[in-house]
Design a protein around this ligand. Structure first.
Ligand code: COA
Length: 418
C-alpha cells in the first residue's frame, strides 16, 4: 500500500473545518447554485452522510483536499453488499497537479478496506484518472431527446396517477425495492434519500393496476424551460427515473409521456436499461439530431456512466455467486492501491459457488488489473472482449471454456447520484 507523504494528513472533517470546506467546494463545484452558507449547511445536515464521513487533507495547517465516503448498500443477485460511494472530491486551486487527489483516493481505499467495505462506486470527473487507481467502467448510459409525438399513445396511460399521499409514496418506494432486488447495482434508499434527493423539485406519477391494486411502475421528472422558447407553457421534460415491474406499467409511463406532446418539445431521458427505443419510436431521430448516410439517424448519445472498484477481492468472490460453471483458476489481479488483492488467488468454482482450495495452484491462470476485473464484475465488459482488447490474459493448458460462463454477469444499473 503506498505510504502517505509526511507533510500530508488525511483525517475526518470537523465542525471547525466548515468555512474552509465550503470555500474548497465553491471553487471546485461552481456549477452547483449554492452560496457559501448553503454549502456549510449541505455538509452539516445532509441526511445521506454525516460531516465526519467527509475526509479532509491537511498540508501545513491548511486544508487542500476533501472527499466524502458514503456507506451505501447495493443490491446484487438477491442480496445486499456494503459499498463505499465516493463523492465531493475536491482539491484547492493552488494545490492541483500535486497528487493530492491521488492520495485522497489511496486513503479512501485504505478506509474501505479497514471498514470491511468490499466494493466502491463513484461518478468520475475523468475516467482515466480513476482507471489508473483501480476503478473500472461499471455501466453504459444512453441519452435520448425524444419528441413525445414519436411515442405511441398507449391506452395504459389511463392508469397513471399523481403520487400525492404518504401511502402512495410508500408504495412507490416498495415498487423500487421489488425492482431493485431482482437486479444488480441499484442502491438501497431510506426515507431521507427519497425525500431530500430523489423527489426534491420533481414530480412523480405512478401506474397502479386495477386488478392487483399494486403500484407497478412510476416516473419521476421535472420541467425544464428552454431559453430559446418565449412561451409560458412549452418546455422540455427531464426524466429523473423510470421504474417498471410489468410491461403494462412501462406502456402506461410511455403513453403518459406521449400525451404531453402539445406542451413538451423534448423528453430527455438517460436510459440505463438498454431499452430498444429506436424500434418503438415513430421516427428514430432524436430532437435536433442529424441524419447521414453513414449513421442513419442520430437516435441517442452513448455515455460511459459511473465506475466501480473491488476493494476486497477475496471477500467479493467468496460472498457472491459467479455465473454457472465449474473449474479451477488462479487469478493474478494487479492492484497498486491494495496489494492484498495482488496476491495470486486460486479459486475453485462449482456451479458458480466459489471456494478457496488449500492447494494454491491451477492449470489455468487469468491475469488482469483490478479496474478491468471490476468492469467484468459489474457486467460492463465481457471476458471475451477483455481478452480481445488485451486487457485480460489467460494462460495454461486445459479446458478454459468454463471461464466465460463463470465470469459472465448481468449488466449493473445504478440510478443514484452522489
Ligand atoms: C479533479 C481534481 C480533484 C484533481 O485533483 P489533483 O490533486 O489536481 O489531482 P492529481 O494531482 O492527483 O492528479 C491529476 C492528474 O495530474 C497528474 N499530475 C500530478 N502531479 C503532476 C505534475 N507534477 N505534473 C504533471 N502532472 C501531474 C496526475 O498523474 C493526474 O493525471 P493522470 O490521471 O493522467 O494520472 C481537481 O482538479 C478538482 O478539485 N477539480 C474540480 C472538482 C472535481 O472535478 N472533482 C472530481 C469529482 S469526481
Amino acid at each position: 500500500m503506498p505510504t502517505l507523504p509526511d507533510n500530508l494528513t488525511i483525517r475526518r472533517a470537523r465542525d471547525s473545518d466548515l468555512p474552509e470546506i465550503a470555500k474548497m467546494h465553491f471553487a471546485s463545484y461552481p456549477g452547483i447554485s449554492m452560496t457559501l452558507e448553503d454549502r456549510i449547511s449541505h455538509f452539516r445536515d445532509d441526511p445521506r452522510i454525516s460531516l465526519e464521513d467527509n475526509w479532509v487533507c491537511e498540508r501545513t495547517d491548511r486544508l487542500v483536499g476533501i472527499f466524502a465516503l458514503y456507506s451505501f448498500q447495493m443490491y446484487r443477485a438477491g442480496s445486499l453488499i456494503p459499498i463505499g460511494g465516493i463523492g465531493r472530491v475536491a482539491v484547492t486551486p493552488e494545490a492541483r497537479l500535486e497528487k493530492i487527489a491521488y492520495w485522497l483516493m489511496v486513503k479512501a481505499v485504505q478506509i474501505m478496506d479497514q471498514n470491511g467495505t468490499p466494493i466502491s462506486l463513484l461518478h468520475p470527473f475523468r475516467h482515466s484518472f480513476y482507471y489508473n487507481l483501480g476503478w473500472g467502467l461499471a455501466e453504459q448510459v444512453r441519452f435520448y431527446r425524444i419528441s413525445p409525438s414519436d411515442i405511441p399513445v398507449y391506452p395504459e396511460r389511463a392508469k397513471m396517477k399523481p403520487v400525492v399521499t404518504n401511502e402512495d409514496m410508500e408504495e412507490v418506494m416498495a415498487c423500487y425495492h421489488r425492482f431493485a432486488a431482482l437486479r444488480n447495482g441499484l442502491l438501497v434508499r431510506d426515507d431521507p434519500v427519497w425525500y431530500e434527493h430523489i423527489l426534491k423539485n420533481n414530480l412523480i406519477y405512478s401506474f397502479r393496476s386495477s386488478d392487483t391494486g399494486e403500484v407497478e411502475g412510476y416516473i419521476i421528472y421535472q420541467y425544464q424551460t428552454d431559453p430559446k422558447e418565449q412561451s409560458f407553457t412549452v418546455s422540455n421534460l427531464a426524466v429523473r427515473e423510470i421504474i417498471w415491474t410489468t410491461n403494462r406499467a412501462l406502456k402506461g409511463i410511455l403513453g403518459f409521456l406521449s400525451s404531453q406532446r402539445d406542451q413538451i418539445m423534448a423528453i430527455e431521458y438517460n436510459d440505463h436499461f438498454e431499452l430498444p427505443l429506436e424500434h418503438l419510436l415513430k421516427d428514430s431521430l432524436m430532437v435536433d439530431g442529424k441524419r447521414s448516410m453513414m449513421l442513419g439517424a442520430e437516435t441517442a448519445i452513448i455515455g460511459s456512466g459511473l465506475m466501480g472498484r473491488i476493494i476486497q477481492l477475496r471477500r467479493v468472490l467468496g460472498a457472491g455467486k459467479l455465473g454457472n460453471g465449474n473449474g479451477r483458476v488462479t487469478l493474478n489481479i494487479k492492484d497498486d492501491l491494495n496489494p492484498e488483492n495482488s496476491i495470486p488467488l486460486t479459486i475453485e468454482i462449482e456451479d458458480g459457488k466459489v471456494s478457496f482450495p488449500s492447494r494454491k495452484s491451477a492449470s489455468i491462470s487469468l491475469s488482469t488489473n483490478i479496474a478491468t476485473f471490476s468492469s467484468i464484475y459489474w457486467g460492463a465488459l465481457s471476458l471475451k472482449d477483455a481478452v480481445f482488447f488485451g486487457k485480460v490474459e489467460i494462460e495454461g493448458k486445459g479446458d478454459r471454456s468454463f471461464l466465460k460462463e463463470v465470469f459472465t454477469f448481468p449488466r449493473s444499473v445504478c440510478l443514484d447520484y452522489f
